[in-house]
Write a protein of this length. Structure first.
Length: 209
């Protein structure tokens, strides 16, 4: 399986994948005032702050899919606030309260506390995973999840929140399910949370010991 650790030379490809899957798994090009907005919120902070917790699928022509993780959401939120918010502030205006879809998406970028859901201590890690359409259905998503699960287990991280798609801002749903053979189901509940509002479907899993 052609999965490898993220390399800084993958930065542009990961950003592109994030944009091309940024509208609920489909192309978000032209959806917002700047095509840089989606990767500036959902990919680049992780590449900047947690590059060792990123993996890509590369069949030989460059990255076509990725998984990004913050193994400790509380620490990541602090780093995001201190190091990434200044980057966003140089690029975008923060309108609060937001009214347009563009302002709502920007607001999510300026709101790191959205990541601090009620379950953050029980499930301290969170991830993003995206694959271009040509990779889907080949088992790469499962392989990326399993790669991350193994790394989390090695570090003693007990659980992970996963977010799969970016919906229209304000239309969120989160579901607790089992993500991987390496994880087990946390609880048979469905709920909404500020964390899920970032990208939509939210799945909560606990690592098997």
């Amino acid at each position: 399986m052609p999965i490898r650790n993220y390399d800084p030379t993958d930065h542009a490809a990961v950003s592109r994948i994030c944009l091309l899957t940024g509208a609920g798994g489909t192309d978000a090009t032209g959806q917002f005032e700047s095509d840089e907005l989606i990767p500036d919120i959902w990919a680049r902070p992780y590449l900047a702050l947690e590059p060792d917790w990123a993996w890509v699928v590369d069949e030989g022509s460059g990255a076509l899919g990725y998984i990004l993780c913050a193994p400790n959401t509380r620490s990541f939120t602090e780093s995001y606030r201190e190091q990434w918010l200044p980057v966003l502030a140089q690029r975008y205006e923060h309108v609060d309260p937001p009214r347009t879809d563009d302002e709502k998406m920007r607001h999510l970028g300026f709101w790191p506390d959205r990541m601090l859901i009620a379950e953050v201590d029980e499930y301290p890690a969170h991830l993003h995973i995206d694959l271009l359409p040509e990779l889907q259905g080949k088992g790469y998503g499962r392989a990326l999840i399993d790669t991350l699960v193994g790394a989390l287990r090695e570090q003693g991280v007990p659980g992970c929140i996963s977010r799969w798609t970016r919906p229209t801002p304000g239309r969120e749903r989160s579901t607790t399910v089992s993500d991987s053979p390496s994880y087990r189901q946390a609880a048979p509940t469905t709920r909404s949370s500020g964390f899920g509002s970032s990208r939509g479907s939210q799945r909560t899993s606990r690592a098997r010991r």
